[in-house]
Structures are given as C-alpha cells and as structure tokens.
Ligand binder design. Structure first.
Ligand code: AMP
Length: 219
C-alpha cells in the first residue's frame, strides 16, 4: 500500500504514520525528519533548509522533490510506504503524480487527520522530543516516567525550535495557504479519506486509521 498522511502540524500524523508503518510493514518517510537530520549533520541540503525551517516556512519545492526522487530511484519505496509531510504544496502533489506515473506506481490513498486550530496550538505548545531516539512526548497527556527525561534512554527532552508560539502560528498559516489546497486536489482525484483526529487518545486514532486502511484493502 502506498499512502499519504495529511494534516496540520500537530495533527499527530508523524506519530500515527510511525505506528501504522511499523504494524503494516511499510516504510515511514517523513520529509521533516529527513530535513532535521540534514540540518543536524550540516549537509548541503541542511544548510539550505535551516533558515526556512526556523521561521516555519516551507523549504523550496525543488529541494524536497530532489529528496523524494532519490528515495524512488534507490528502490526504497518499492515495498509500500506512508509519506508524512510530503506533498506540502500543489506543485509537489503534481510532481509526485507525474513521477509515479513514469515509474508505474500510484498512491492508493491520502488520509487527512482532521484537527481544529485550537487543538493544534494546544498540542504543539506541550510537545517535547528526545534528541537521541526521537521519541515524542506531550504535556499533560503523554508524560515521560521521569519528568523531563526520555523513557528509552534517559536523555534530557527538548522542544523543537519551530514549536515556539510565534513559529507555530506561522506554520499553521503556511499550512492553510500552501498545504490545505492539496486536500481538494486528492478529493478531486477521489482518493481522499478523512479521519477525526481529536477528542480521543492516540490509540483510538490508530484504531480508526487501521480500520480505514482495512476497509480500503477490501475495496
Ligand atoms: P514537519 O516535521 O513535517 O512539521 O516539518 C518541519 C519543517 O520542515 C516544515 O515546517 C518545513 O519547513 C520543512 N518541510 C518538511 N516537509 C516539507 C515539504 N514537503 N515541503 C517543504 N518544506 C517541508
């Protein structure tokens, strides 16, 4: 299965994509994770992306499309995948479609995790992560066992620089202007599913997603 998870920042698409990819044996491909890794290692890509990420703007399409092309060429996408954070603009969605058509591949479904603006702001202001293993935590609902320390390796938890309040507001604004139009793009292609992703815990949302994927497999 080739899936795209769509949703605003803080919709839980990263957490859910990781869980579901693990359960279904799919590759989880997060462009945000790839970019953060590139920034950490100061690669050419990282140096170019850093300034955009710090203020919550999107990295130019050409840089991101290059990343996805590389994954496609390497064969890493051949066993099925969940794309998380890509596509993020209409040109990215169109390029993905063309790139896949050329390679006899297709996207089975785009799944939107639906969350209100107020919930996004609430979640992102409580978000922490482990710089060693990348595990995510959320105050007050997903606390580590020892305050401020990762359950897996004891590392001191950190906040993503782009989770600070002013940047969060900009990321939400960027989402509405540049990313939300792709919801309609996939609706028109008739491959859109929408899942309510608030008012329930992460396990319940995982169940909803798994049920939807099961339903799609039968269609
Ligand atoms: P995320 O972890 O998906 O929230 O991504 C973090 C940041 O990485 C975003 O705010 C963008 O600056 C950048 N980014 C991730 N994916 C993309 C993409 N597909 N297109 C452009 N910028 C991206």
């Amino acid at each position: 299965m080739n899936l795209i998870f769509l949703g605003p920042p803080g919709s839980g698409k990263g957490t859910q994509a990781k869980r579901i990819a693990g359960q279904l044996g799919l590759l989880h491909l997060s462009t945000g994770d790839l970019l953060r890794e590139a920034v950490k290692n100061s690669t050419e890509l990282g140096k170019k992306a850093k300034a955009y990420m710090e203020v919550g703007e999107l990295v130019p399409d050409t840089l991101i499309i290059g990343l996805i092309e590389e994954k496609l060429r390497s064969g890493q996408l051949d066993g099925g995948f969940i794309l998380d954070g890509f596509p993020r603009t209409i040109p990215q969605a169109e390029t993905l479609k063309q790139m896949f058509a050329k390679n006899n591949k297709n996207i089975n479904r785009s799944i939107l995790l639906d969350v209100s603006d107020a919930e996004v702001i609430r979640r992102l202001s409580g978000r922490f992560y482990c710089p060693i293993c990348n595990a995510g935590y959320n105050y007050p609902h997903q606390l580590p066992k020892k305050e401020g320390l990762c359950d897996n390796d004891g590392a001191k938890l950190m906040r993503r620089p782009d989770d600070e309040e002013a940047v969060v507001k900009n990321r939400l604004d960027v989402y509405k202007r540049q990313t939300e139009p792709i919801v309609d793009f996939y609706r028109k292609e008739t491959i859109l599913s929408e899942i309510a992703a608030e008012g329930a815990g992460p396990d319940e949302i995982t169940n909803r997603l798994l049920q939807e994927i099961k339903r799609l497999k039968k269609v």
